[in-house]
Design a protein. Sequence first.
Length: 71
Amino acid sequence: MKLTGSNVTFMVKSMDKSIAFYKSIGLKLQQRWGDNYAMIEGPGITIGIHPGGNKKSNSGSLSIGFMTDDF
C-alpha cells in the first residue's frame, strides 16, 4: 500500500464560516460534500472541515487521515 496524501480534519461549528475563513487566507476549496465534509488545500497541506456541533467529541476536535489508491 502506498500513501497518496494526508490531511488534518478540524471539527467546526459552521461549515460556511470555516470555508470562508480558509479561502480568505488564500487556501483553495478542493471539494465539498454538502454540510458533511470539505477538503481545502494550501501549499503542502490538505485540511478537512467536518461539522462538530456544539459538543466536544470524545476524540477531541481534530483527526489525521491518510489517502491511498489501494487498501
